[in-house]
Design a protein around this ligand. Sequence first.
Ligand code: IMP
Ligand code: MG
Length: 170
Amino acid sequence: MEKDILIPRDTIQKRVKEIANQISSDYKGREPILIGILNGVVFFFADLVREISIPTKIDFIRAASYGSKTTSSGKIRLTKNVEIPIQGESVIVVEDIVDTGLTLTHIVKDLEAKGVESLRICALIDKVERRDLTVHIDYCGFKTEEGFIVGYGLDYNEKYRHLPDICVLR
Ligand code: IMP
Ligand code: MG
């Protein structure tokens, strides 16, 4: 399949630093827990956490949606949940891309039920036009129009995750 570079690696790294600086200043004097949504978030998460200048803790959630690969089917299931205690903690959920908003809505409900002190959302890419459910993204890397995005962790049928740039499939 053909792919075009949408956001080159230098631009990604610059933006990751900006978000990390913002989080470092917003959470000064605290120790937030960053929760990454596997698998797509891995490179963004690793880059982001290492640019944040305050102490943080990390954990991961893995969500699976039933159905086709390019559109959400409507059913989300957590195949791995958080393992460190998050009750009373400041949590930042880190996601690769927000499409319909279904995955994040499900995860946010689940985390809030665990009694977090605060919860914010950080997403590398916001696919604004596709949103079905209202999700407030506190820290957003990039907004994109239509198109299927791959690279920098994002996949199409598990392919293209290794690409260092964010690309769009044609
Ligand atoms: P949502 O539940 O519809 O918001 O979908 C979010 C999930 O679908 C993301 O975490 C991705 O795993 C996947 N996804 C949605 N759009 C894309 C895309 O353009 N490229 C790669 N994965 C995507
Ligand atoms: Mg994902």
